[in-house]
Design a protein around this ligand. Structure first.
Ligand code: FAD
Length: 281
């Protein structure tokens, strides 16, 4: 296992010029933690295509490794080819390759029904130079028929050419370690980096978690509910929970930590400081 875990930070694309300026200020602050790379999410079906491209361009211009997310659902092969070519022209070297969820109102799933097919397509069309990340789910994907089929499908993404995976967030370290054990038994030896969600808001976190299948343990959910109108206590409790989770993961040799920043500086900085990642000046 890697003894020097790497950080990475995920952002979402802003919707306005003002949002873009704010995001670049957050990005600049978080770069002081010297992440291995940052990534920018993509609205499935292409809903944030321009915003993602713009944010990736701005971040790459600062000289830092930036990975656009790309979803396949609802897109044609030509769409995907031209989006990737645009990124290659910018100097992108890493992509986060996903299936995505069909936006409401869209019914045509298109050529890429699963992420595995998109990974295969990128390899066939663009060769082996790009580093491809895929998604993994320690609490299991909500649509998966069973935990073992979810792992088998993850294995197929690696067989198709993925280099590493980033997980959906989770709050129980055992869920991650049991997932890793099972993945290794299935023949996956590539890095699977835990995704870390800072806890700062009760309503947003519970809504997200219910939608994506990330489990909030009962004792954590009860406390968050209790503190939902007391921001200071909620943030202090959230910081404590996520910091302990990170310590647990680092003590057991994870290859890195991928933070879902939600385009905010402080929650990530606070956790990183407590777990011993130094900021440059
Ligand atoms: P897949 O790997 O295709 O899996 C989807 C489901 O299908 C799973 O249940 C799997 O078990 C099953 N499956 C896979 N292959 C097969 C097969 N051959 N036959 C039958 N079943 C199969 N969404 C966005 O819209 N934009 C983003 O930027 C984005 N970024 C993300 C980043 C990370 C790190 C993570 C963890 C998720 C992200 N998502 C994003 C959410 C993601 O798009 C959804 O979770 C989506 O439902 C599944 O995408 P996937 O790539 O994991 O799909």
């Amino acid at each position: 296992m890697n003894t020097t875990p790497e950080l990475s930070f995920e952002f979402f694309p802003p919707r306005s010029k003002e949002g873009s300026e704010k995001l670049m200020a957050v990005h600049s602050e978080l770069m002081r933690l010297e992440p291995q790379f940052v990534s920018v999410t993509y609205g499935a079906g292409g809903s944030t295509q321009d915003g993602t491209f713009e944010a990736v361009k701005n971040m790459l211009a600062t000289g830092n490794s930036t990975a656009p997310h790309l979803t396949g659902v609802g897109s044609s092969r030509d769409d995907i080819k031209s989006i990737i070519q645009g990124y290659l022209d910018l100097g992108v070297k890493r992509l986060v390759v996903l299936r995505g969820d069909l936006p409401s109102g869209m019914v045509e799933r298109g050529h890429f029904k699963y992420a595995e097919q998109l990974v295969q397509f990128v390899r066939d069309e663009f060769g082996d130079d790009l580093h491809l990340e895929v998604a993994a789910y320690p609490d299991f994907h909500p649509e998966s028929a069973s935990p073992s089929t979810d792992i088998q499908y993850l294995k197929r993404k690696f067989d198709a050419g993925a280099n590493s995976a980033i997980t959906q967030y989770f709050f129980n370290a055992d869920s991650y370690f049991s997932f890793i054990d099972e993945a290794q038994r299935a023949g996956i030896d590539a890095p699977i980096v835990p995704g870390i969600m800072p806890i700062t808001n009760y309503a947003t976190l519970t809504r997200f978690s219910d939608a994506c299948g990330a489990e909030i343990p009962r004792w954590i959910r009860a406390r968050l509910e209790q503190y939902q109108h007391d921001e200071k206590s909620l943030k202090a409790f959230g910081l404590d929970v996520v910091t302990h989770l990170c310590f647990d993961l680092l003590d057991n040799g994870v290859p890195g930590l991928h933070f879902y920043t939600l385009n905010k500086t402080e929650p990530v900085q606070d956790i990183c400081k407590l777990i011993g990642f130094e900021q440059t000046k």
